[in-house]
Design a protein around this ligand. Structure first.
Ligand code: HEC
Ligand code: HEC
Length: 317
């Protein structure tokens, strides 16, 4: 081990050519020529608006990307088994805070993903949602549809400097509570069933919460705390914020206790250990947290649901 690290360092040093900066080298500086430009601020930044009458190829791609994300099943019928769209969870076209906003996400990739224990490109992150949150099949990274989605993601991050954060990123962290699925069932009937259906399968434009057409066991939304956070801040759709933290946990406990599509090789998630406590399946050094009594086998090609970590093509010694 020790010698190989040293060998790599020697190689790196040998390859590093120290060049004097050229006069046209682009250097970011706070005191340089551009110091009159206002500093970037998460409080004032607004994501750009998508032009619905695109007049160049990039705008057309952005527009197609948004259309795919709001109509996944119509656009890519053989790529999803669910009745969800990307925007079923990434609300307001990915612009709403505390609903896993996608504005600003593009500038954080490539990024280390703990579940995969790998640095991944944004295409892989999209495929994680496609295979897990939409219980579907991965898109070829070099397909036009994937590049349209990425074009949309890049566009709505315009103006955010690389590595910066926008407001209300992700799903807000919840207090350390535990849901009761029996209470959750009653609350579900009173607050959610009118749109999502008593059997949780959704209705028309209202997406499924469990069953064959919903997100899979390996989606973040299948974790009690993540689901509670989404529900607490965003549901009921027409009255968000009316549930207490405990009620959100109770309903989340009920929803995630129901059968939903499986994901092959989910036990290989978090290969270095360290899975969050509410992950509902076994992984390394982690016992499944309240797993649903039954999982639904996938109808699509299981191999198409597996997004591997980027593999090295370098010479193996
Ligand atoms: C069932 C809900 C759900 C659906 C449907 C869904 N996602 Fe996600 N997505 C999430 C959650 C939850 C996260 C993680 C947010 C967090 O914890 O920061 C996430 C994360 C992401 C990220 C990474 C964001 C970041 O800040 O790093 C991207 C990109 C993304 N989703 C794209 C998509 C696309 C494209 C689709 C449709 C093909 C989609 N998602 C469908 C729930 C969903
Ligand atoms: C007025 C109708 C309505 C009510 C009531 C409602 N929802 Fe939703 N829900 C929606 C819509 C619509 C979406 C998708 C958003 C979109 O497509 O813009 C959604 C999305 C969701 C999602 C993410 C997508 C998915 O299918 O997993 C979850 C989880 C969710 N709702 C849970 C709940 C819970 C729990 C309740 C009760 C506390 C509830 N909803 C009440 C309309 C509703």
């Amino acid at each position: 081990m020790g010698w190989s690290v040293a060998a790599v360092l020697v190689t790196l040093a040998a390859c590093t050519i120290q060049e004097a900066p050229r006069s046209d080298t682009v250097v970011a500086t706070r005191t340089g020529a551009r110091s009159n430009a206002p500093a970037w601020s998460a409080d004032t930044w607004q994501p750009p608006v998508v032009d619905s009458t695109p007049d160049d190829p990039f705008e057309a791609s952005v527009y197609r990307g948004l259309a795919i994300m709001t109509h996944v099943r119509d656009s890519l019928p053989s790529y999803t088994g669910s009745n969800l769209n990307c925007t079923s969870c990434h609300l307001e076209e990915g612009r709403r805070g505390n609903a896993a906003p996608l504005v600003g996400a593009y500038v954080r990739y490539p990024k280390y993903n703990e579940r995969a224990a790998a640095v991944i490109p944004i295409e892989d992150r999209v495929n994680y949602c496609l295979t897990r949150s939409l219980s579907g099949s991965k898109l070829p990274p070099d397909s036009r549809e994937m590049q349209d989605i990425v074009a949309y993601l890049a566009f709505i991050s315009r103006g955010v400097p690389a590595g910066e954060s926008v407001r209300n990123e992700g799903l807000a962290k919840m207090p350390d509570l535990h849901g009761d699925s029996t209470r959750g069932r009653t609350l579900f009937t009173a607050n959610c069933a009118r749109c999502h259906g008593n059997n949780g399968d959704g209705m028309g434009a209202f997406p499924s919460l469990w069953g064959q057409h919903s997100f899979s066991i390996a989606a973040s939304m299948a974790r009690q705390e993540r689901a509670a956070s989404f529900i607490r801040n965003n549901m009921p759709f027409d009255r968000p914020g009316t549930l207490t933290d405990q009620q959100a946990f109770d309903i989340a406990a009920y929803i995630v206790s129901m059968p939903r599509p499986d994901l092959p090789l989910k036990e290989l998630d978090w290969p270095n250990g360290g899975a969050p406590t509410d992950v509902p399946y076994d992984t390394k050094n982690h016992k499944a947290f309240q797993p649903p009594p039954r999982l639904i086998p996938r109808t699509n090609d299981p191999a198409a649901a597996i997004v591997g970590a980027p593999a090295s093509v370098g010479r193996s010694r």
